[in-house]
Design a protein around this ligand. Structure first.
Ligand SMILES: C[S@@+](CC[C@H](N)C(=O)[O-])C[C@H]1O[C@@H](n2cnc3c(N)ncnc32)[C@H](O)[C@@H]1O
Length: 286
């Protein structure tokens, strides 16, 4: 009987020619050279990457490494990454660095102007498009679609959604801002509307990522991550992976306030959030 071995699963023919998926530039015939691309479902980043235009200039922005991992894994050079909650532009800056194109939508007009000022002028409105709008509005989706066509594509190649975690951070006073939803049900309905529009804007056979955390309310855990995942599924996305990512650099985790949170956790029977989710989906091919 043949015994299983630990030999390299690549054949000689694998080595000789590049082997790629239609949604990534990773050459599978050289898979050992991609140590920097994560494949484990636990992401532990000791610190936030800085430089290359990235700054910790917006309360609620995600660390650039999230965009790096998603772009490398699920998009090819020159393809279009659509971010419907662009915030301070982390995805757009990383897309520019990794030679992807990007369409970002953000609700707050002043923030849109600020992000535009951070993008290299020769890329702005050419390879990187920043739109002000409500991502739950079909008219915004129609504008995104028009920009996609101007860029020579029918649909985007990767979708990134990093919505407010309900009301944990209030981003503005605007009524369309999902962080102003009066309750979790209204937040989820608004999020699902964005997910449905995002689904139509994404090319079939391509990937979407949702970055989200949970919250506590009245002493009870509100599992926003799983509820939003379910809304993505209702919109048509199939779930590919649930990644747990550490939260670092949270000021609440330091000094005296850390002790206070720890006391509250011990007294209340709960746990202090040290993680959020990066949930990966795919849109079935036609
Ligand atoms: C969690 S932040 C995204 C941060 C972003 N990933 C970054 O790194 O800067 C969520 C963003 O969604 C925006 N937002 C909230 N409701 C929106 C809506 N209906 N349409 C578009 N953007 C919205 C907020 O203004 C906020 O900037």
């Amino acid at each position: 009987m043949t015994q299983p071995t630990n030999q390299n699963p690549m054949t000689n023919s694998d080595r000789s020619s590049p082997k790629q998926k239609p949604w990534s530039d990773i050459d599978l015939s050289r898979w050992r050279e991609y140590d920097h691309v994560l494949t484990d479902s636990l992401w532990l980043f000791p610190h936030r990457a800085s430089g290359d235009g990235h700054q910790l200039d917006y309360h609620g922005n995600y660390i650039p490494q999230i965009a790096t991992q998603l772009l490398l894994r699920y998009s090819k050079k020159d393809e279009i990454v659509l971010d419907m909650f662009l915030g301070s532009g982390t995805t757009a800056i990383e897309a520019a660095r990794l030679e992807r194109r990007c369409i970002g939508v953000e609700l707050k007009p002043d923030l849109v102007e600020y992000v535009r000022s951070k993008i290299q002028p020769d890329l702005l409105d050419r390879r990187i498009h920043i739109l002000q709008g409500n991502s739950a509005d079909p008219q915004t989706a129609a504008r995104v679609s028009a920009v996609c066509r101007e860029m020579g594509a029918e649909q985007a190649h990767l979708l990134i959604l990093h919505p407010p975690y309900a009301d944990i951070i209030k981003f503005s006073d605007l009524p369309e801002d999902l962080s102003n939803a009066p309750d979790a049900g209204t937040f989820l309905d608004g999020f699902e509307q964005v997910a449905r529009l995002g689904y139509d804007l994404l090319a079939p056979g391509r990937f979407a990522a949702l970055i989200i955390g949970d919250k506590y309310e009245k002493g009870e855990l509100v599992p926003l991550g799983f509820w939003c995942m379910e809304r993505m599924n209702r919109a048509g996305f199939r779930t590919k992976a649930i990644i747990v990512k550490n939260i670092e650099g949270n000021e609440k985790g330091k000094g005296k306030s850390a002790n206070l949170w720890r006391y509250r956790a011990l007294a209340g029977g709960y746990y202090i959030f040290k993680h959020e989710y990066v949930i990966v989906f795919f849109k079935p091919a036609r």
